[in-house]
Ligand binder design. Structure first.
Ligand SMILES: [Mg+2]
Ligand SMILES: [Zn+2]
Length: 274
């Protein structure tokens, strides 16, 4: 509070410096005019010298103005907006255990699909920050014969509807219907789904993140070299903190999707608001 108050006040020094610059420019202009009229014989070096002095002063003032602006909260906000516009990364989300409650016997119908707490809030925050969200999920229940593909698509349709009504957005869902025995290229931890998304949706993988709850998600993040937040299956008691050495090889922990999103926004130095 104190620091923001201090930085919104215009420092007196700046006003003084700008005034001095204006004085210098006016001085230069009047001299040039009078010189043109009366001192036709003045050596040209004299004008060059004046120009250099003026330019130096201007440069210095510009740097003072920048110094002042960089501490101003509104300008800081503008820089954040600019960073958001340029961002081509995405956040890959696992589904079961991240968006909805996981079940040992698989989520096989919409009635078994239960959203986890604060998920809508987290997705809304990502949308607010212009960060695309892509779900990648293993759904072997389909090829195990426990649920039809139509049911899976229906669950996803309803899930997306609910997310949209809460002001969130998911750009795409990639699912793998295969069983481990089928040895497909898409079942996590294999990177098939991520690579397909990168191809389809112009994703900058070097600036992307993955949030998941299983060892497979962590392994996938390591393979495609994206930073990973793991939401442990057993809830953490205390809020997690970001390890300074957050790399694709070393995932960090988050208590919920909301906390994971906060870590990512912090890492990107983007706007964090509730
Ligand atoms: Mg999971
Ligand atoms: Zn597959």
């Amino acid at each position: 509070m104190v620091s923001s108050l201090r930085s919104t006040t215009l420092p007196y020094g700046i006003v003084d410096r700008v005034a001095r610059l204006v004085e210098l420019v006016v001085d230069k202009l009047t001299r040039q005019r009078s010189m043109r009229g009366c001192l036709r014989g003045t050596p040209p070096q004299y004008f060059t010298l004046l120009n250099i002095r003026c330019r130096l002063a201007l440069l210095q003032t510009v740097s003072w103005v920048f110094q002042f602006l960089s501490t101003h909260p509104h300008v800081d906000y503008l820089f954040k907006l600019m960073r958001r516009k340029q961002f081509r990364g995405v956040v890959f989300l696992d589904r079961d255990g991240v968006i909805n409650v996981d079940r040992r016997d698989y989520v096989k119908s919409w009635s078994e699909f239960k959203f986890l707490p604060r998920v809508f809030e987290a997705l809304k925050l990502l949308k607010k920050n212009n960060i695309r969200v892509i779900i990648i999920t293993n759904q072997s229940a389909v090829n195990r014969g426990l649920m039809t593909l139509d049911t899976l698509l229906e669950i996803h349709e309803k899930m997306l509807d609910a997310i949209r009504t809460h002001a969130g957005e998911v750009q795409a869902i990639y699912y793998c219907p295969h069983t481990p025995a089928e040895n497909c290229e898409c079942r996590k931890p294999k990177p098939g789904m991520v690579l397909k998304a990168v191809k389809d949706l112009k994703i900058d993988l070097t600036r992307s993140y993955l949030i998941g709850d299983s060892e497979k998600d962590v392994e996938l993040a390591r393979l495609v070299k994206v930073k990973c937040v793991r939401i442990p299956k057993k809830a953490l008691e205390k809020p997690s903190s970001v390890d300074r050495e957050w790399t694709p090889e070393r995932p960090i922990l988050g208590r919920s999707l909301r906390e994971a999103v906060n870590h990512i926004l912090d890492d990107l130095k983007l706007l964090v608001s509730s």
